[in-house]
Design a protein around this ligand. Structure first.
Ligand code: T1G
Length: 671
């Protein structure tokens, strides 16, 4: 199939890209663009040119699958220069998304029109890169330094209307007649002639650069690409001659492309899309229709889960046992929405519409006609079995019964119903209306259409859904658990909470094991007998240090819940170590990595070999979207290849940790 064709409309030649699914700039597309522009420039009867795309979108960027491959086809920059220097006006006609190399191609066209629903952006920073096709030098020449800096450093697309406001597009076209509108627009440009972007001046104040760095310092910690993008914008402002700025861009682009961060973030781009695919099930395999959703439990999780569905336009019935808890839960949902409305995320009308779609109830029977019911009650097997037994009697045939359990056995819960095939785990992460990850737990009886529906509904409510098998803690929590015990042991041997947590935050994690423990609450699951002190946790609870909730745990917390190292906490650890007759010694940061992060990797390989995850990249998606593992390290499994399986296995053995066969297998060269 030819991915680029041309169509002649009297004195206008239309170059049409058709490279499904997203018209990426694969080598054969670049070849087609080059041939098309040569044809237009070589024909004297042609006075103007239109570039547009078939399919659902304009060019969505370079073909990421070609990165790191031997170069094929014409050089992208050369094709761009031919367009920009053309002696005949070129109009880019944009629908869907003009992203990355796609927007860079539109920027070398002399005029741009777009349909109102179009989105335009340079998201390369999300791939650990920057716009390497002149985007960092041409965009500021069109929209000014401020807007350009924001667009490349944050990577978020803008709407067609905003693009019109900033002069990035010259006119909005009709949604249904873009092709015809573009030809008319191009014909109207003949008299005006070409308008090469390279000749436009860069306007605006570079103060934005430092402001963006300050505002995003926490978010950008450890990342290289945002800063490289801003250096290129600074170069655009500093160098009126575009070639000088392009040199800076090319240098920065090549060093990012050669780095490990870009490889990790490109890996994650595909890993996230791969996670949505269920092994053995076709993309269009049958699903059940979900129109009405029920949530049991109006606590933190139940409330957050309900908001996801209300945001996506589903009516939700939320059930509690006690009026007071129901009122509190519904009140929290309203408070959260009103807070978001203040930040401009929702209009007050939208808030009222969503609250109107929420039906509070004290009766499980009100869930009888729901298509999907998600249980988010107290984490006890008996309580869950009781609830599912009741749902089995109440809910209509074909309703999907889901549990938000974080650890418990979905098969055992399903067995408490007469329809285990309709039972699935839908494990949300707190805060459930914010965290993107959803572990969809496939029980041994879960029907394929139930699994496919749960995965699809996850995407519909804005989650990244990953299939997990039934085991204690599924993928994420099971791996997380393997770091807690070694972390406690390292405390006894001489490390401090701050030292261990710093290793994790320096690594790029949002928090370390002890900061997380203080956030979750030390007394969760505590036996509540202060006289019984068998573990460090007992010692802290006995001393009334429960964590952030009462302002003291492994750290002391101020009213803003900012933690600082605590002398009393260290004293408790010292005292406990003394009673345990454990010698104190210097602990290196590397040892902390080996004894707290390597075991998580090892557990990931066990999960893989047991088939509790479909693929290694799913495990990485879980850690990126559920636990804040730094995306520039690509997730634990990807990182284990960077770190080296040999090094990891050697350290695990040295520390007496049984090595997963799938990890050990990485040592022996493939036959
Ligand atoms: N290259 C190759 N494949 C791509 C692709 C791309 N740029 N974009 C998407 N795909 C595949 C994707 O893997 C999936 O495949 C299918 O298309 C549908 O994607 C020089 C260096 C456009 C908003 O970062 O953001 O230009 O799983 O599921 O939800 O400066 O795709 O079906 O086999 O995401 O409708 C910059 C990336 C590149 C945009 C559509 N561009 N794409 O979302 O579909 S770097 C981007 C997206 C660059 C230059 C630089 C989204 C989308 P499969 P999908 P969607």
């Amino acid at each position: 199939m030819q991915s680029v064709i041309t169509e002649r409309h009297d004195d206008v030649l239309v170059i049409i890209v058709n490279n499904p699914p997203v018209n990426a700039l694969s080598w054969h597309v670049r070849q087609g663009l080059s041939d098309g522009i040569d044809q237009a420039l070589g024909d004297d009867d042609i006075k103007a040119i239109v570039l547009r795309c078939d399919g659902s979108t304009f060019i969505a960027g370079a073909d990421i699958t070609e990165f790191g491959q031997p170069p094929q086809g014409p050089d992208f920059l050369a094709v761009l220069n031919t367009f920009e220097r053309a002696a005949k006006p070129i109009v880019a006609a944009i629908h869907g998304t003009a992203l990355g190399g796609g927007l860079e191609t539109a920027l070398v066209c002399h005029y741009r029109i777009a349909v109102p629903t179009a989105k335009l952006g340079l998201p390369e920073v999300k791939l650990g890169l920057l716009p390497g096709g002149g985007g960092t030098q041409r965009l500021p020449r069109v929209v000014g330094v401020e807007q350009a800096a924001i667009m490349v450093a944050l990577g978020e697309p803008i709407s067609a209307q905003k693009a019109l406001d900033f002069g990035l597009v010259d006119a909005l076209a009709n949604e249904v007649s873009l092709a015809a509108d573009a030809i008319l627009f191009a014909r109207a440009c003949i008299a005006k002639g070409p308008r090469p972007t390279r000749e436009r001046a860069v306007a605006g104040d570079i103060a934005i650069i430092e402001r963006l760095k300050t505002e995003n310092a926490r978010k950008w910690k450890g990342f290289e690409a945002p800063y490289a993008n801003l250096r290129c914008i600074a170069a655009a402002a500093a160098h009126p001659v575009i070639e000088d700025g392009l040199k800076v861009e090319s240098h920065e682009f090549r060093s990012l492309m050669a780095g490990s961060q870009a490889k990790a973030q490109q890996y994650m781009f595909f890993a996230e899309r791969q996670a949505a695919k269920i092994e053995g099930l076709a993309k269009d395999s049958p699903q059940r229709e979900i129109k009405k959703v029920g949530v049991i439990g109006a606590g933190t999780m139940g409330g957050g889960i309900s908001m996801n569905f209300l945001n996506a336009g589903f009516p939700v019935t939320i059930v509690e046992m006690v009026q007071e808890n129901l009122d509190r839960g519904v009140g929290v949902i309203r408070k959260n929405y009103e807070a978001s409305a203040v930040k401009g995320r929702f209009t007050s009308e939208k808030v009222e519409a969503m609250m109107g779609a929420l039906t509070p109830s004290l009766a499980l029977e009100d869930l009888a006609d729901c298509d999907l019911v998600i249980e988010a009650v107290y984490e006890s097997m008996d309580v869950k079995k009781d609830v599912f037994g009741k749902l089995d009697a109440i809910c209509k045939p074909g309703a999907i019964l889901a549990s938000n359990t974080s650890y418990l056995d979905i098969n055992e819960i399903a067995a408490s119903t007469s329809r285990p095939e309709d039972v699935v785990g839908m494990h949300f992460f707190s805060p459930a209306n914010v965290m993107k990850l959803l572990e969809v737990v496939r029980g041994e009886s879960t029907a394929d259409d139930v699994l496919a529906t749960a995965m699809a509904i996850g995407k519909k409510i804005g989650k990244v859904a990953v299939v997990a098998g039934v085991c204690h803690g599924f993928i994420g929590n099971r791996m997380l658990a393997t770091r807690q015990e070694p972390a406690m042991q390292l405390l006894l041997e001489g490390a401090t909470p701050a030292q261990i947590d710093d290793v994790h935050t320096d690594f790029g994690m949002p928090m370390g094991p002890f900061q997380m423990r203080d956030l979750a609450g030390m007394d969760i699951g505590w036996h509540r007998d202060p006289s019984k002190v068998e573990t460090i946790r007992d010692a802290f609870c006995a001393a009334g240090r429960f964590g952030q909730k009462n302002g003291k745990g492994f750290y002391d917390y101020d009213e803003k819940r900012v933690g600082t190292p605590s002398a009393e906490a260290l004293a408790i650890i010292e005292e406990f170590r003394a009673t345990s007759n454990l010698p104190k010694r210097e602990i290196s940061d590397q040892e902390i990595v080996e004894r707290t992060i390597y075991p998580m990797v090892n557990e990931g390989y066990k999960i893989l070999e047991e088939g509790k995850a479909q693929r290694a990249s799913d495990i990485d998606v879980v850690w990126i979207y559920g636990y804040g593992w730094p995306i520039y390290r690509g997730g634990p499994m990807f990182w284990s290849d960077i770190e080296g399986a040999g090094k990891i296995v050697e350290a695990l053995e040295r520390n007496g940790t049984p090595v997963a066969a799938a990890l050990r297998a990485k040592l022996s060269p493939p036959h």
